[in-house]
Design a protein around this ligand. Structure first.
Ligand SMILES: Cc1cc2nc3c(=O)[nH]c(=O)nc-3n(C[C@H](O)[C@H](O)[C@H](O)COP(=O)(O)OP(=O)(O)OC[C@H]3O[C@@H](n4cnc5c(N)ncnc54)[C@H](O)[C@@H]3O)c2cc1C
Length: 433
């Protein structure tokens, strides 16, 4: 980066929040300037663009992805229309849900019906390429492999690994992986924030015939009593993956996750989805991130440096899984995350979380008989960090004059479409400021 460049807006992070903001600025930059806005996107990775690379299931129904403390239904629905204009989704059909809905209601479980598009990991990459090309064509500077380090709010400059640049408006959209970075910036700016919520759970993998609802509804969302829910279902060419995180003390740990390629690729015959329980600390107010890190490290200890996997058949018998659990005659499919360690999830997961998740899995097995087949695999841990929720100065997610946050890192979203919407909302704040 040249020392010192001047931009109308610098956007940190090329995820959906950052991209939503960039397109909005291009479209809505006040006419009085009689020129295009000068925009810089700084992205620390070699490639654009954050979480759009992962599976790319886009949800277009409130409240999925929209934290209710930041978004009313009316606000979210208004912004979702703008997101649709930008992303041009093809909503997938849903059918034959009556039977599942009736069974759910009898158990006090809610089946949410969500408008979705699914591009898959490969389709997501195509989308990213076209979005980045469109921004470049409009004159947006995109600096890859450059990390923002600090901000000087008086001089309105940022420092990165490659230099300094000045801004009129700064948008921090560093995503979930940018939690620590954002915490450092909020602390440096003396802006109060809380981080007291976290989702902990397992990822389930089983044969598609044990979860046939996916033929009628790609990513069914069930809400169980006790703040447990299904999340991020993948089918077709579906895989379980592991993501590496570094704890505040520098130790690595993993969270499992899932994704699928678009329908063009051959099916693995398997589905996967997460069963997550939300934990919110009240008193004493603990850090959700620190709690999750400790559980992640504990799982690493039990799994010899890998996530743990256990067959439902073993879990029911109170036995750990062993290598043989994954080759015997009953257990008839290979885990897609083959690097996970066979083990005992109940030795690693706090009892209250485990009870909540197991009870919900039994309910789910009543709604869709088959999910508790002995061959079904549970992978642990799946961790979804909530954000460092800062105190906002206005409803465009401004935290300090000229400085805004958006996306998952700042708690304004929990998914692709809401992240994009929060980028639009922040950018509109900039255009008005
Ligand atoms: C495996 C996986 C699958 C997912 N599947 C789905 C799905 O199907 N549907 C869905 O709605 N959501 C899904 N999500 C969640 C979704 O990816 C996020 O909600 C969304 O990407 C959040 O957007 P964002 O712009 O806030 O952050 P991100 O997309 O994470 O982008 C933030 C960017 O900022 C960059 N960055 C961070 N710190 C700095 C810094 N200091 N300097 C410069 N750059 C920095 C990061 O490298 C990153 O590219 C998935 C997430 C994962 C991990």
């Amino acid at each position: 980066m040249k020392d010192v460049s001047e931009y109308d807006a610098i956007i940190i992070g090329s995820g959906p929040a950052g991209l939503g903001a960039a397109f909005t600025l291009l479209r809505e930059f006040p006419e009085k300037h009689r020129r295009r806005p000068r925009i810089l996107i700084v992205e620390k990775e070699r490639f654009s663009t954050g979480g759009l690379r992962n599976d790319c299931k886009m949800n277009f129904t409130y409240p999925i992805g929209f934290p209710v403390e930041n978004w009313t239904r009316e606000e979210a629905e208004y912004y979702l229309e703008l997101v649709k204009n930008d992303l041009q989704p093809t909503i997938m059909p849903r059918q034959n849900l009556e039977i599942y809905r009736n069974r759910s209601e009898r158990l006090g479980v809610e089946l949410l019906e969500i408008d979705q598009d699914h591009l898959g990991t490969d389709g997501g990459l195509q989308l990213i390429k076209s979005l980045i090309a469109a921004l470049s064509q409009e004159g947006v500077d995109i600096h890859l492999e450059e990390e923002m380090l600090s901000v000087d709010p008086q001089r309105r400059t940022i420092t990165t690994t490659k230099g300094t640049a000045s801004y009129t408006h700064l948008l921090l959209a560093p995503g979930r992986k940018g939690f620590k970075f954002l915490q450092n910036i909020l602390t440096a700016l003396d802006i109060p924030y809380v981080d007291h919520t976290v989702d902990i759970g397992v990822r389930i993998e089983t044969r598609i015939e044990h979860y046939p609802i996916v033929h009628d509804y790609y990513d069914p969302k069930f809400l169980f009593p006790g703040k447990v829910r299904t999340f991020c279902t993948n089918s077709g060419n579906a895989h379980v993956v592991q993501e590496r995180y570094i704890s505040r003390h520098g130790s690595p740990y993993y969270s499992v996750n899932g994704h699928a390629y678009s329908g063009k690729r051959e099916s693995t015959g398997l589905i996967n989805f997460a069963m997550l329980k939300t934990i919110r600390f009240t008193e004493p107010l603990a850090s959700g991130q620190e709690f999750a890190e400790n559980l992640g490290l504990q799982a690493m200890l039990m799994g010899g440096g890998h996530p743990i996997m256990q067959r439902v058949g073993d879990f029911r018998l109170g036995k750990r899984s062993k290598r043989e659990s994954f080759s015997g005659d009953l257990y008839d499919f290979e885990p897609t995350l083959s690097g996970a360690s066979p083990g005992d999830i109940s030795l690693s997961m706090p009892a209250k979380i485990l009870r909540g998740i197991w009870k919900s899995m039994k309910s789910l097995d009543t709604i869709i008989p088959g999910i508790l087949h002995p061959s079904t695999i549970m992978y642990y841990p799946e961790i979804k960090l909530y954000a460092n929720k800062p105190e906002y100065v206005n409803n465009h997610f401004m935290i300090r004059e000229g400085i805004y946050t958006a996306g998952d890192g700042a708690g304004t979203s929990r998914g692709i479409t809401a992240a994009w919407a929060s980028g639009i909302r922040a950018a509109r704040g900039m255009c008005r400021e």
